[in-house]
Write a protein that binds this ligand. Structure first.
Ligand SMILES: [Zn+2]
Length: 426
């Protein structure tokens, strides 16, 4: 009997070992100029040794190379090498070139997810190996399906940390129904008009696997219903969302444009304020005291005021022009108060590099802008031990660009190499 079991076990182990793919050889990446994201400086003549999905060693090229016997070499000695970039405010689903207020009502969740898959390849090609989805209106949570499918290796894409649906008041920035009263859609589970309904909406998102909760603290720009000056969710509602999310070890981000909503969200204890476009002195002081993150998303407002987007309603483009007048002063306040700032686009990924240019034009140094999209992003996501800098033990998320970003941030569009978790994707 025992012999029989042993024979079966032996057969099983040999079948399993035949089925295994041979271990990939280590990879030695020669980096002409390497961005030390934590130290905020560029180092010359460096090398990175990658084993499996992790960074095994990083440092002086001669020393690291001497430990790289049998490694495959990738020569980036004429390039600038950076950690995989992190975009902390994206919406991955649907067609990003359609700005119609009924866009999401005319597209099924499967179609929106296929668009999402397509959009993710654009972020990857621009060197973004991690994204935080700042909420979707897809009731089937297609963004979470994409996140999980990437983690399982079913499809290729950046690492995704994701909010669920937008938690919003009726008629607010996250109310997906722009129809006339006698044509109204059934009420959706993301709408919350009191504290108990917020609890329900948050728990609905958590039940289906959201990593973050997205709150609409004020009206917005891109919709036809809301006023960006006006606070929407109450401070009590937002405090309840924070209480429930934090108890479940999840985080909360708040879309906030007008000054009252920014302050209410900060007082309620949200982890990050998105946009903060009309932040006043009191709001900046409060965020500084509370350690609230800001994800300023400058480029999307700037481009939105310059162009009429396909399908966009006039009311939305007028709102965009009106709010842009507040942006520069608010961002200056954020810098003056040394707020923690992470990079976020909130736009069509074809334009993702322009946010670097906008951050520097707004007053950040080029190094600070690069840190916002690397080490700062990883801190906001609570992943600074895994991503955001090129250090031993972290994921081998590595990108290279042609040219020097310190000389011109426009060089960030010249991505020539992308590796995610040790796998070369570009
Ligand atoms: Zn957004």
């Amino acid at each position: 009997m025992i012999q029989k079991i042993l024979a079966v076990l032996l057969l099983y182990t040999s079948v399993v070992s035949w089925g295994q793919t041979p271990a990939k050889p280590p990879v030695l990446i020669k980096a002409g100029r390497l961005f030390d994201a934590r130290g905020g400086r560029f180092l010359q003549n460096q090398a990175i040794l990658v084993e499996g999905d992790r960074i095994k060693e990083v440092g002086d090229a001669a020393i690291v190379s001497s430990h790289a016997t049998g490694a495959k070499t990738i020569d980036l000695s004429t390039k600038t090498v950076l950690p995989g970039l992190i975009d902390c405010h994206v919406h991955i689903l649907s067609n990003p070139k359609d700005y119609s207020p009924t866009r999401d009502l005319r597209m099924s969740s499967p179609q929106a997810v296929l668009w999402g898959y397509h959009n993710l390849q654009i972020w990857l090609a621009h060197g973004f190996t991690t994204l935080r989805d700042a909420g979707e209106s897809d009731l089937a949570y297609g963004q979470l399906a994409l996140r999980d499918s990437i983690n399982k290796g079913l499809v290729r894409g950046p690492r995704i940390v994701s909010a669920g649906n937008f938690v919003s008041v009726t008629g607010g920035h996250g109310d997906a129904d722009p129809l006339a009263p006698d044509q109204a859609l059934p009420r959706r589970p993301n709408l919350a008009d009191n504290v108990d309904e917020v609890a329900l909406a948050v728990r609905h998102d958590l039940k289906y696997g959201a990593d973050w909760i997205k709150l609409m603290a004020t009206g917005g720009v891109s919709d036809v219903l809301s006023d960006f000056n006006v606070q929407e969710l109450s401070e009590e509602q937002m405090a309840k969302a924070v209480e429930i999310a934090h108890r479940a070890h999840k985080k909360v981000m708040a879309h906030a444009e007008g000054p009252d909503g920014i302050k209410a969200a900060a007082r309620a204890g949200v982890d990050s304020i998105e946009h903060g476009t009309m932040m006043d002195e009191e709001g900046a002081t409060l965020m500084e005291q509370k350690g609230t993150w800001l994800v300023p998303t400058l480029e999307t407002f700037q481009r939105g005021a310059e162009e009429i987007h396909p399908g966009e309603e006039l009311v939305a483009s007028e709102k965009n022009k009106a709010i842009l007048k507040f942006q520069a002063a608010a961002f200056q306040r954020a810098l003056k108060h040394h707020l923690k700032i992470a990079f976020g686009l909130d736009d069509d990924p074809d334009y993702v590099d322009r946010e670097f240019v906008a951050l520097v034009k707004g007053g950040m140094t080029p190094v600070e802008a690069l840190q916002a999209a690397t080490v700062r992003g990883s801190e906001l996501l609570g992943l600074s031990d895994q991503i955001g800098s090129l250090e031993v033990g972290k994921f081998a998320d590595i990108v290279a660009i042609d040219g020097d970003p310190l000389a011109d941030m426009k060089n960030m569009e010249n991505v020539v190499f992308v590796m995610k978790g040790g796998e070369v994707l570009k």
